[in-house]
Design a protein around this ligand. Structure first.
Ligand SMILES: C[S@@+](CC[C@H](N)C(=O)[O-])C[C@H]1O[C@@H](n2cnc3c(N)ncnc32)[C@H](O)[C@@H]1O
Length: 199
């Protein structure tokens, strides 16, 4: 398999080969965001390349949003689009997710997990654990289907249950009832909180 590194992702943006871009915030995340009342939550969107979730959060008045992405090309476009918010309510971070350090109340998953080499899945879960505050939450969408060749790489709920339960408790891990039409029946919604030390 080709290495899924900065060069790979940047080239996909350069070539406009971005089939994952649905052009707007996904319906399940929109509804999830709509019911959050605490506007000052620190929110991280890793692999947030197209910025749709951030755009919607900004429109709702959230004040502490960070988009992290490995592709400079994606970030350059966001810099132009969100000039008025950058350094204020929106922070752009050029980094490899696995190298990032920080603490967030909420981390959003939207076609990032599925973009990573599946051998990194345990590392992803641990990095999420590290990046969340003790009361923090991971929320978003995971594919509940298989693909012939990735990315995207698929999975299923049992696999996610096994993978995340080492470090997280599930508030939700359920078939998604309000997916966009082209993903209907093929995703689950996850809300997971950090397991606390039990000593
Ligand atoms: C399939 S795209 C999804 C983009 C966006 N979440 C969306 O739904 O439109 C995956 C994104 O993850 C980014 N990415 C891939 N590996 C990464 C890594 N190790 N660290 C940070 N970003 C990464 C890519 O540059 C790309 O923007």
């Amino acid at each position: 398999m080709e290495e899924l590194n900065q060069a790979y992702w940047n080239q996909r943006y350069e070539q406009g080969n971005t089939g994952w871009n649905i052009g707007t915030v996904s319906t399940p995340l929109k509804f999830y965001f709509d019911q959050l009342s605490q506007k000052n939550l620190s929110i991280l969107i890793p692999g947030g390349g197209n910025g749709h979730e951030a755009e919607y959060l900004l429109s709702l008045g959230f004040t502490n949003i960070s988009i992290l992405d490995i592709a400079p090309k994606a970030l350059a476009a966001l810099e132009e689009r969100f000039q008025a918010h950058i350094g204020n309510t929106l922070h752009l971070i050029h980094a490899d997710f696995f190298d990032h350090q920080g603490q967030y109340d909420l981390i959003i998953e939207q076609t990032f997990f599925c973009a990573l080499d599946p051998k990194l899945r345990e590392k992803y879960v641990y990095q999420m654990f590290q990046l969340l505050t003790d009361q923090g939450k991971l929320a978003g969408l995971l594919f509940d289907t298989q693909f012939p060749a990735g990315p995207p790489f698929g999975g299923n709920r049992q696999e996610y249950q096994d993978l995340f339960s080492k470090h997280f408790n599930f508030k939700t891990l359920a078939p998604c009832y309000n997916s966009i039409p082209q993903r209907m029946g093929n995703e689950c919604f996850i809300i997971a909180t950090k397991k606390q030390a039990d000593f």
